[in-house]
Ligand binder design. Sequence first.
Ligand SMILES: [Zn+2]
Length: 683
Amino acid sequence: MIATVIARRLSLAVLGLGSLVATTAVGQTTQKGVGITIANIDQSVKPCEDFFHYASGNWLKNNPIPAAESRWGSFNELADNNNATLRAILNDAAKNAAKAPKGSNAQKVGDFYASAMDSVAIEAAGLKYLQPHLNRIAAIKDLGEMQRFLADPKAHAGSVWYGSYVGQDEKISTQYAVQMGQGGLSLPDRDYYLKDDARSKAIRAAYDTYLVNTFKMLGDNEATAKSNAAAVQRIETRLAKASKSRVDLRDPYANYTKMTLAQANAAYPNLNLPLVLKESGLGAAKEVIVGQPDFMKEVSAMLKEEPIADQKQYLRFHLVSSVTAALPKAFGDESFRFSQTLTGAKKQQPRWKRTLRATDGALGEAFGQLYVDKAFSPKAKASAKEMIENLRVAYAERIKATDWMSEATKKEALTKLNAFVVKIGYPDKWKDYSKLSIGRESYLNNLLAARVWANQDQISHFGKPIDRNEWGMTPPTVNAYYNPPMNEIVFPAGILQPPFYDPKADDAVNYGGIGAVIGHEMTHGFDDQGRQYDSKGNLRDWWTKEDADKFNAKADIVGKQYDAFMPLDSVHVNGKLTMGENLADLGGLTIAYAAFKKTPQAKAGKTIDGFTPEQRFFLGYAQIWRNNSRPEALRQQVQTDPHSPAEFRTNGPLMNMPEFFEAFGCKDGSKMMRAQADRSKIW
Ligand SMILES: [Zn+2]
């Protein structure tokens, strides 16, 4: 099976709150349509001591995390507003689906949502629609049959063994290539299987309970359920041991091995890659790019060494756990109970919210079209475009002015900057869902059909010119990204709204908000990973040795700064894991500020609400990052997310910026002001 459901590139560098972005809940609303919410400021905190708590302290105190959420901040508030619009669209679509032309996007979106919301029908169906898929797994007798099952793009077992997809060849960015690499785990990271601290052990115990209860709900007796659970844990732990750490995955060269199909087949004989490729319609592929060769070797060995009976339990659990939303309520409850251990959420999100997200995942661009028609203003697009170009100019000036980069490297950097492709709002050309059939009878069938379609859609790129219209996020998404092989920065409609961008707000606030987001994504093109790709998106070293050494020395200072941050007692931020995001935050804010300084508002220098334009810029930035997190969620973030916790995304960059010290009159020795020798300045 080429392409597990979401074969998102590892290299997509996003802005946002990472894997935990559980959208929304019944939230407190804050003032809208204004730039800075003065009432959020906690005057008892000095801006030069702790700017995060100064700018948003009152908000943090007055906005406890809703029970169904693991964290709550401006991203969630905005997503919550979006959800009201999206929910209305879905309710309309569900109501009108029967009247919509069969096969139209409106019919599919409506029926997908309606089938998922029909909890009575789902309960009544029990395992009826899942059973044929379970039977297929149960019928596997030996390695040969296992290989045939795994090769069948229409067989379902969730994400098992390894990840694979068709994506740009990072060294020849004008071509698609078949790629494969580590995967197949259920827990959020390899470390969860391997560490022996109390919390890791407790999570594994909770996972065991989840496994046992799931097997029991599938009809196993207690003893069988326990031994099946042990088999799954053993297989996944073995995969975890063969997996690289998240920090090691950040080196693009170390995670790129191109092999001929013959070489790969010889190295991983039990995967039966020729069959896998042929069955997926990729028989023409002569090469594969392997991310982690040692991991793939282990998978190949495991397919031979692990008893087939145990492998089948592994597939069975992954299938079930990937479709709990389409099964009787008890399955979803069990899954939620386990996830609580990881996130700390107190209750499950309402069904409509989970279903909304599933619709976004399955039919993102069909649903997104309806959203854009209703909610996106051309003015937001025009303003974003203008700001992007202003930031591009400011960035070019900073590159030219750096005192540490040679002329040769500067020239390449400027070429790359000028080559950035910009995407705003929504795709110029929407995905074609005509081959996906969605009905109202079975949500499970719809979910699985959408997976097969997404898989086919991705595979269909192979052998064709690069599809430069493609988007990696859907239009309502409150996030943004930089994609190195495309050398593009992308801003979905969802983020071009308050508090990030507000047509009624002053420039200071918009430059501190969406301006910093734009600068962040631009800087990803020059962070520790992004800088290794050239203007055409190829992984190619365009730096002189001396300049690269200087860059790395500067980045190391940032790494040490973040290593020292402690969001919880004895829990440190991982400076290496978060390096790219921290560099993007620091660079992005610096560039946004430089661009802001050219605006009429900055030149006029008039105060608003008692704040200078410069102060409003930094307040706008900090208020974007207001966020409360549960301790469980914070721990998971620190362990798995390349983004630092919000508090340090706010204070971390500012502690290096003389522009900030000056704006707030910070004095030597104040906490927000690093000693000159300890500061980092790259751009
Ligand atoms: Zn980012």
